[in-house]
Design a protein around this ligand. Structure first.
Ligand code: GDP
Ligand code: MG
Length: 176
């Protein structure tokens, strides 16, 4: 069995639920307070990822950067060496959807080979979700990015999102 370690960065505006998604995935917990992230927090989670007839033991190093402006100058060093990224928006806040493109550009400029997925988070806020769904889908489709409607609060699609990214990271690593 192979073992690999991959750096995965969380990207998205303040308050979209980046820290909550990591916390849900790593610890199975949710917290209603803002889980303020000062600087960069790195969490580690081991996942078994299927590859052909085998299983790969993947350690995901989940990098979570505070969304505040002061940390903008850190973004390049934050993104360096990232194998993957999760672009997070809030299904109830249009601005967070509009900003996804800028995060993707940042990612591509620093780590052009990184695999990205989109997390449309807070999908438990159902009525707001309807409104922005076409915009989020249009973004994901136009950049060929897998899209998941997650809820860190309820746990919906969180596991699926991270596992999908895990598999994509292995595809990337395999020489053609
Ligand atoms: P970050 O700034 O992107 O790291 O966002 P946080 O993880 O700190 O979350 C910001 C706020 O949104 C907190 O009050 C969370 O409890 C809340 N939140 C996060 N995920 C969800 C979710 O899936 N559903 C709902 N309803 N609230 C969420
Ligand atoms: Mg945070």
């Amino acid at each position: 069995m192979n073992a690999v370690s991959k750096k995965v960065c969380l990207l998205g505006d303040f308050g979209v639920g980046k820290t909550s998604l990591v916390r849900r995935f790593v610890h199975g917990l949710f917290d209603d307070r803002y889980l303020s992230t000062v600087g960069v927090k790195v969490s580690r989670k081991m996942v078994m990822v299927p590859q052909l007839a085998d299983l790969v033991e993947m350690t995901m190093m989940l990098w979570d950067l505070a969304g505040s402006e002061e940390f903008d100058h850190m973004r390049a060093s934050y993104l360096r060496g990232a194998a993957g990224a999760i672009l997070v928006c809030d299904v109830a806040r249009p601005a967070t959807v509009d900003n996804l493109g800028a995060y993707l550009r940042d990612l591509t400029s620093v780590s052009p080979r990184a695999r990205a997925v989109v997390a449309a988070n807070k999908s438990d806020l159902l009525d707001q979700r309807q409104l922005l769904t076409p915009r989020i889908e249009a973004f994901a489709t136009s950049h060929h990015l897998p899209l998941f409607f997650t809820s860190a609060r309820q746990g919906t699609e969180v596991e699926t999102l991270f596992r999908h990214l895990g598999r994509a990271l292995l595809v990337e690593a395999t020489p053609a």
